[in-house]
Design a binder for this molecule. Sequence first.
Ligand code: AOF
Ligand code: ZN
Length: 374
Amino acid sequence: MSYTEQDILFMRRAVDIAKKGIGFVNPNPMVGCVVVKDDVIISEGYHELYGGFHAERNALTNNEADFNGATLYVTLEPCCHHGKTPPCTDIIIEKGISKVFVGILDPNPLVDRKGISILRDAGIEVVTGVLEDEIKELNKVFLKYIKTRRPYVLMKTAMTLDGKIASHIGDSKWITNVKSRQLVHKLRSEMMGVVVGIGTVTADDPMLNCRLERQQATDNRRQPIRIIVDTKASIPLESQIVKTAKDYRTILAIGNSTANSQSSTVEMLKSFNVEILCCEEKNGHVDINDLMVKLGEMGIDSLLLEGGSTLNATFLDAGCVDEIYAFIAPKIIGGQDSKSPVGGKGIDLMSDAIMLKDIKIEQFDNDILIKCRV
Ligand code: AOF
Ligand code: ZN
């Protein structure tokens, strides 16, 4: 079974409206749905909010149209389970839809082709794979998380042309230009968490919130959860992070040994609304794999890793980075002690280098952004 150029156009519309859910539906996927009769769109809907109705149910209840015999385009295989909402397959059958075009299959073990079988058993014609690559890219976070229950990690770095992330005395404001930094704030609104090491907190005293004009403090839904990796719980109480933990959800990942030995510090941090997450230790530091499992269990499906160089190295060594956004600014600052994006001990031989693929290059005024997968 195949599809036409027109089917692709309708699916593209479904993809476009699915994108409106970005940052609001995690850890669910972004899903869009368009219903067509006599070559005209008669209704559409998308998954708007985590816990809310799915795209198909929204599209089929948005108006009083007669859906009998209509064709439905949906970016994800319709679900067939009772989750927070009833199965989408039920309403598709109930409304008399006669043909369904699906973008990608849903690897959720509760669905996993069963949604399609149910529709076919009900006599509905189902075509899969329309705009598959595009939809997989859009839902890369969901597709990893639903299968592994670990967060998708996007490592973002920003360096000068000579490969430095700060001057030799630690000044780093700013390496990249305003446009590049705006993209970082957008990423913070799209990922569920932003993670940094304690070194970055002591050096930069960052806020790690999302500061885009159109969504200031009032819209807290799209503020990322701030996660600080701080094995010894040494974060200063007067840091911006601690002081604003009542306004922005903050998790401090500490080592199990610290949890036992520093209970008064831990209690003090909790009184500032800092959530303490005790993790296993590896070589005296928080074990990143254990952290990933625990954040995944908390429902956190995506992380923006914002350094510093030590934490970046630890994440890469642990095999926990999925994708990299590396900004390069046309500046030279020199200094043999100035840090670069990835610290740690490093490899001995070029043949041991971490290989990157799917390279894409973008330009923001004079800054260059290299996107790649690990
Ligand atoms: C769809 N259409 O728009 C979405 C689907 O807890 P629930 O009820 O929201 O179910 C969440 C799961 O349903 C999610 O893990 C994914 O498998 C599927 N999401 N399915 O048919 C939608 N958002
Ligand atoms: Zn559904």
